[in-house]
Design a protein around this ligand. Structure first.
Ligand SMILES: O=C(O)CCC(=O)C(=O)O
Length: 271
C-alpha cells in the first residue's frame, strides 16, 4: 500500500536535522488516498457510523452561513478527528513504511495518538501559524512527529501548507486564539515571530510530509473550486505521559503502533 524503503536518505536526514521536515514524493498510491476520502465521506454522511467509530466531526466555520446540500454534509466539514482505529485509516497508520520511518525519528517503540482528516473544501479557512507541540502537554515533550498525507493535490490556490524551515529549533511560542471572528475549532496562532522565510509545500496526491512538532507551519484558505484534502497522524514514544485533560478535553487516543522492531497490527476500538 505504501513505499517499502523506510531508511532515511542522507538528504531526508539532513533536512530533518536542519529544517525540521522532509517530503517523500509518491509515498502512497492514489488508491489509498481515494479510499480514505471515500471512507471519511461515508462517515460524515452517516451520524450513526460516526458515533459508532467515536470520531469527532468539526464544522467549517467559514461556511457556517452557506447552504449545504443535505446529501453532501462533507461540504460543511472542516476536520474529522480520531479516525485511526478505523481499518482504512489504521492500515496506513500501522503500516511498516510509516512506522519504520517515524521510528527513525523517535525511537523503536511508538504510539499513534492523534489523527485528523482535513477536508478543506472550496471556501474553507486555512489554519494559522502554529506549532503542534502547543497542543501536546506531554512528558517527555518531544520528539513528536507529524505525518501529513496529501489526499488530493495541495497548491498555492487550494490552501497548501507553508512551513518555516529551521523553526523546529524554537521553543513553543505563545499562541493566541485565531483572530478571525468565529474561527475554526482549535485554531490558535503565533504572532510573535517573523515568518518571512517560509516556504510553500506543494504536494501531489500520495506525497507525504514528515515534520517535527515544533516546526512552525500554517495553511492558507482554499480559494479554488476543488477540495484540498489531507490525512494527518501524530506519533510519540510509547510510555509518553499525556497531560492534555488537565487543560482541555482531549481528542487524543493512544494506540501502540510499533514494538520490538515491528509494526503492531491495528486494534479495534473496543480493545
Ligand atoms: O492541512 C492544513 O490545512 C493544516 C494542517 C495543520 O496545520 C496541522 O496538521 O497541524
Amino acid at each position: 500500500m505504501t513505499r517499502t524503503d523506510t531508511t532515511l536518505t542522507v538528504e531526508q536526514r539532513r533536512s530533518w536535522d536542519e529544517r525540521g521536515f522532509f517530503r517523500v514524493a509518491g509515498f502512497a498510491p492514489r488508491a489509498t488516498c481515494d479510499a480514505m476520502l471515500a471512507r471519511v465521506t461515508d462517515v460524515v454522511r452517516d451520524p450513526a457510523l460516526a458515533e459508532e467509530l467515536g470520531v469527532k466531526v468539526v464544522a467549517e466555520s467559514n461556511k457556517a452561513g452557506d447552504p449545504i446540500a443535505a446529501d453532501r454534509p462533507e461540504d460543511g466539514v472542516s476536520k474529522v478527528f480520531k479516525l485511526h482505529r478505523d481499518p482504512v485509516f489504521a492500515d496506513f497508520a500501522h503500516s511498516a513504511p510509516v512506522v519504520d520511518t517515524v521510528a527513525e525519528l523517535i525511537g523503536p517503540d511508538i504510539d499513534v495518538f492523534l489523527s485528523q482528516f482535513i477536508f478543506k473544501t472550496p471556501g474553507a479557512w486555512g489554519q494559522p501559524w502554529h506549532q503542534d507541540s502547543f497542543y501536546f502537554p506531554f512528558e517527555p515533550a518531544r520528539p513528536v512527529v507529524g505525518v501529513w498525507l496529501a489526499v488530493t493535490e495541495a497548491t498555492l490556490t487550494n490552501g497548501c501548507l507553508h512551513v518555516l524551515p529551521a523553526s523546529h529549533d524554537e521553543p513553543v511560542h505563545t499562541h493566541v486564539p485565531d483572530r478571525r471572528p468565529g474561527a475554526n475549532y482549535g485554531y490558535f496562532e503565533i504572532v510573535d515571530h517573523d515568518m518571512a522565510t517560509s516556504e510553500p509545500v506543494l504536494m501531489e496526491p500520495g506525497d507525504l510530509l514528515v515534520f517535527d512538532s515544533h516546526l512552525m507551519h500554517c495553511s492558507t484558505d482554499n480559494e479554488s473550486d476543488g477540495i484540498r484534502a489531507a490525512m494527518v497522524y501524530h506519533y510519540a514514544a510509547a510510555g509518553t505521559v499525556d497531560h492534555t485533560e488537565e487543560y482541555f478535553p482531549t481528542i487524543n487516543d493512544w494506540v501502540p503502533a510499533r514494538r520490538d522492531g515491528r509494526p503492531v497490527p491495528p486494534q479495534p476500538r473496543s480493545a
